[in-house]
Ligand binder design. Structure first.
Ligand SMILES: [Zn+2]
Length: 267
């Protein structure tokens, strides 16, 4: 594990800066807390520039503590996620909950794709397709498929990778970094504090260790470059008013090519 960490540290050192365009962004999140752990800096940056940020909340994280009844745990974690997103600058209106069962995203990849296509933003961020957790990887694949349909740029966030994925997986890809101001680092920590069920022993022994939370103190947020954008999608709006909606809606997709036929339950 320590070689994994050393390998990532070496890659981080040389990561070039990602100049994020001020364009509407969809953040695809497998579990409550991933929005902070992987994307907390980016969400705040975009919102501070008046850019629309949509969050696709794939599961309610209702299986993180098997000893707690799923419905109760899901309700607690949805509430925590809403509070955390509010700290990051995203209101409930922009949170799209799919209610997919925690641990089963692999079976619902098509639903993830459809939700992201429907939002049709120029930028999509999601967990890396090699982030060592089946829900994270499935969410990443679903987002990547959406990007193939809309022409959006895709960037992947990392969480389990820092401690569990061999950085060799990045051999043919590119790690970039988003520099954060001290205010954004503080905001990310404040948002994480809302996920009490994961970091305190209030309802069950905390799941996230100090080591796992360490990236929250880094002054950069890291992204693996995914799909290259269709250049037409990355043109900045002609208006100088950055608070206006910046992407145009495209036609709706007609069919979903794979996956289960039933609609996911609402969370
Ligand atoms: Zn997760």
């Amino acid at each position: 594990m320590s070689t994994t960490r050393a390998g990532w540290a070496a890659l981080r050192k040389h990561a070039p800066i990602w100049q994020v365009p001020a364009l509407a962004t969809t953040v695809v999140v497998p579990h409550p807390d991933d929005e902070v752990l992987m994307f907390g800096g980016l969400i705040q940056l975009q919102r501070s520039r008046g850019v629309d940020v949509h969050v696709v909340a794939v599961t309610d994280g209702d299986a993180s503590y098997p000893q707690i009844e799923a419905e109760r745990l899901g309700s607690i974690r949805r509430h925590e996620q809403s509070e955390a997103l509010s700290v990051l600058g995203v209101g409930e209106r922009d949170v799209h909950r799919l209610g997919v069962p925690d641990g089963a995203v692999t079976e619902w990849e098509a639903a993830v794709t459809d939700a992201v296509v429907e939002l049709d933003t120029a930028i999509i961020v999601a967990p890396w397709v090699h982030d060592h957790h089946c829900d994270h990887e499935a969410t990443g694949r679903g987002a990547l498929r959406a990007a193939a349909r809309t022409g959006a740029a895709t960037y992947f966030g990392l969480f389990w990778s820092w401690t569990h994925t061999d950085p060799e997986r990045l051999a043919d890809e590119r790690l970039t970094r988003l520099p954060l101001t001290p205010e954004l680092v503080t905001g990310r920590r404040d948002a994480m504090a809302r996920h009490r069920s994961q970091i305190t022993d209030d309802i069950a022994p905390a799941l996230l260790s100090t080591q796992m939370l360490e990236p929250l103190d880094w002054t950069d947020e890291y992204y693996v470059t995914g799909a290259e954008p269709n250049p037409m999608r990355l043109q900045t709006p002609s208006s100088n008013d950055s608070s206006t909606t910046v992407v145009t809606r495209r036609r709706k997709p007609t069919v979903s090519s794979h996956g289960p036929t039933a609609e996911p339950r609402r969370g």
